[in-house]
Design a protein around this ligand. Structure first.
Ligand code: GUN
Length: 310
């Protein structure tokens, strides 16, 4: 059996190209330029790389990109004042505050301050609650990317056994809701779950989002399972070099899985591409324009706030 390697690089590039096409159409037909504001507080090196990527890819897609870099010691009030300004700004359709915030800032109240219509991270309780209720919502980008990658292998997830390992607000919890919307049967596992290998063994779809290097072993997997590895862990090698690894022991899993995402080159590529999709959808919803179509598969992934309740 040869394992299919899901190429996030190619799929993300295809998605970005579709977004760019739709952005140019929306510009031509409605004179609307979607705009994304990204706020970075402090100088965490990993966050700086992510924010730079977002800026470049937003511009390449033909959208307006606004970057705000604030010092580590910015006050909560100053950060909230910036968000209030962006909420009012008509050329800004998406607002993303890069996480984690430096200690001393209250993440929850910062997220709560973002206009839910501009919350392209899908983290505002209004969007998180709508997603959990099965209503239309802006949904978090990494989980959307996970669903898209899965659909390159399985166009329909109906009735499949999925396990999500990890229950963060950014990935695990929203991913569970998106899988439910796709009619999968979902198990949520976390640090207190008993006998994780046994739970994983039942799963046709395995989503590892715990941030523990190579925690999921090849022997845990059901033969032929599809494995989506959300982890990005930098580990120190013998000679002082560092290497990126996922939450799944890749070379072991390769012997058992039917399909697997590599790290790097898997899920990581999809997050920014999905952020661009969310920004385009938010811009059209705010301007009361028809829902755009960024269709990569016959069965479209449910992006954006336009989706009706079901
Ligand atoms: N930090 C790591 N991933 C993300 C993300 O998707 N959104 C935000 N806001 N911060 C992050």
């Amino acid at each position: 059996m040869t394992t299919h390697i899901i190429d996030g690089k190619i799929i993300a590039a295809e998605l970005r190209a579709r977004v760019a096409d739709e952005v140019s159409r929306v510009k031509r037909e409605y004179n609307l330029v979607p705009g994304l504001a990204v706020v970075l507080v402090g100088n965490d090196p990993a966050s700086e790389v992510y924010v730079r990527n977002k800026h470049t890819q937003t511009q390449t897609a033909g959208m307006a990109s606004f970057e705000y870099k604030l010092p580590t010691d910015v006050s909560q009030a100053e950060l909230l004042a910036l968000i209030a300004k962006l909420n009012r700004d008509p050329v800004v359709h998406g607002i993303l505050v890069q996480l984690p915030l430096p200690v001393g800032l209250n993440t929850e109240s910062v997220i709560n301050a973002i206009d839910p219509a501009k919350d392209v991270d899908g983290l505002h309780p209004n969007n998180a609650g709508r997603l959990a209720g099965g209503f239309s919502a802006l949904s978090p980008c990494t989980p959307l990317g996970c669903i898209m990658l899965t659909k390159t292998v399985h166009p329909s997830l109906e009735g499949m056994n999925a396990i999500v390992i990890g229950r963060s607000n950014l990935v695990g919890r929203p991913l569970v809701q998106l899988l439910l919307n796709e009619n999968a049967t979902v198990t949520i596992a976390h640090s207190r779950s008993r006998d994780l290998p046994k739970l994983v063994k039942r799963a046709d779809l395995v989503y590892a989002a715990v941030g523990k290097p190579e925690m999921v072993r090849g022997t845990w997997l059901k033969p032929g399972a599809t494995v989506i590895d959300v982890g990005i862990n930098r580990i120190l090698e013998e000679h002082g070099k560092t290497r990126l690894v996922g939450d799944v022991a890749y070379s072991e899993a390769l012997q058992v899985a039917g399909a697997i995402t590599p790290v790097p080159g898997g899920v990581g590529q999809m997050t920014v591409a999905c952020l661009l999709v969310n920004t385009l959808y938010a811009a059209c919803a705010i301007a009361a324009l028809p829902k755009p179509t960024v269709q990569v598969f016959a069965d479209e992934v449910n992006f954006g706030p336009h989706r009706g309740a079901r």
